[in-house]
Design a protein around this ligand. Structure first.
Ligand code: GLV
Length: 390
């Protein structure tokens, strides 16, 4: 045979990934035990051992979400995939969706709902803020949506949104309550069933410390009633819950039908990360993230830095937002820290761009030793980065 495009020279180099302290908003560092699980031999995605792994993952997600929902699976994809899975399955074209926007994720949910022809309204508050239950109640009365979207851990602004009572308010309005817990799950108390959340999704790459690429999601009985009684098919075949429910053995049917080829290694890693969370205990993980975040926040304030979220109770323990130090270029700070400390912290995202530095201390990275490392790196950066005269 003859080929016309030669083999690329770049692929002749051996690839070795650098070791870094992953203290941005995600992905977080993956501990050796989870990496090793992902390096186990590949088996078929419908082999009995794989089906058992999927069943273990389902139990692990039920624990992490504090739910007994049967319809609990991991989507093959990142948090965005789960976000689309939730919206695409719960909403039909022409139906109303209300999104709470206090950062980037509410904006993204609105965009996804618009793309499938939903009637989208948003309530918007400034970056760093959140909504009262009364404001949500009023907006639901006004817009009468079938789905309300809220972000529990707003990683772009560093806010943890209160959840108590919101599920009940949604149900009073005959509306499903959809919550994004990508940045909060495992790091902040969260009770899917008790809090009346109808659809909840997360991601593997934050507190779970698994590689990016799998996303836990769960649907309440009320959500299932809506999802499985649609008049139209969801726009996405890949994310159609009728297929996925069967694929994950949640539909009660004896036979599993091939839907897609599961990311086998990613499921091994996800299972291991959920096993670690179960071993450590969710309550202990919540407590550790809280204590470490408080220690970090004290250290930042002692250095003279300011926290972006003024209300102490609304500070997300997993992702801290620091007011971008006045007079400095935030990009110079993050680059300096990467270059000199081999440590990732990040700038703002969406509405917080230019306003903040973001530090994520999630899962195994949530420790006082990590905090000390970040504080030292910041101290060093503020000493050596260029400061304009303001
Ligand atoms: C991603 O989740 C981010 O907050 O940057």
């Amino acid at each position: 045979y003859q080929v016309f495009v030669p083999p690329p020279k770049c692929l002749q180099k051996t690839f070795v990934a650098p070791q870094r302290h992953m203290f941005g908003p995600g992905p977080s560092n993956v501990p050796p035990r989870i990496l090793a699980a992902g390096a186990e031999p590949i088996i078929g995605h419908m082999h009995p051992e794989m089906l058992e792994i999927m069943s273990d993952i389902k139990s692990g997600i039920q624990y992490a979400f504090q739910t007994r929902n049967n319809m609990t699976i991991a989507v093959s994809g990142t948090g965005h995939t789960a976000m689309e899975c939730a919206i695409f399955n719960a909403v039909e074209p022409g139906e109303g969706v209300l999104t709470a926007v206090n950062g980037i994720w509410g904006e993204r949910a609105a965009e996804m709902a618009e793309r499938i022809g939903a009637r989208v309204n948003s309530i918007v508050t400034s970056a760093g803020g959140y909504f009262t239950n009364e404001e949500i109640d009023q907006a639901l009365t006004k817009h009468k949506p079938v789905l309300f979207f809220l972000t529990h851990g707003e990683s772009s602004t560093g806010v943890v949104h209160p959840l108590d009572g919101i599920g009940d308010i949604c149900h009073k309005h005959n509306c499903l309550c959809l919550v994004d817990c990508v940045a909060s799950m495992g790091g902040v108390p969260l009770y899917m069933d008790k809090q009346g959340i109808d659809i909840l999704y997360s991601g593997s790459q934050k507190v779970l410390n698994a590689p990016p690429g799998t996303a836990p999601i769960s649907f309440s009985e009320r959500a299932c009633q809506k999802v499985f009684n649609r008049k139209t098919k969801p726009v996405s075949f890949f994310l159609d819950m009728t297929w996925l429910a069967n694929y994950w053995g949640c539909d009660g049917k004896p036979a599993r039908i091939y839907h897609h080829t599961a990311p086998v290694s990613a499921f091994y890693s996800l299972r291991e990360s959920l096993a670690i969370l179960a071993e450590q205990g969710l309550e202990n993980s919540w407590q550790r993230h809280k204590e470490v975040a408080e220690y970090f926040h004290e250290g930042l304030e002692t250095m003279g830095l300011k926290l972006f979220v003024k209300d102490k109770n609304a500070r997300l323990p997993t992702v801290t937002t620091i007011v971008a130090p006045p007079g400095y270029d935030w990009k110079e700070i993050t680059s300096y820290i990467m270059k000199n400390h081999n440590l990732e912290i990040s700038g703002g995202l969406g509405p917080s761009v230019g306003q903040v530095l973001r530090v994520g201390l999630m899962g195994g990275n949530s420790s006082k030793a990590s905090v000390d490392m970040v504080l030292e790196a910041l101290r060093d950066a503020l000493r050596y980065c260029h400061k304009s005269k303001v």
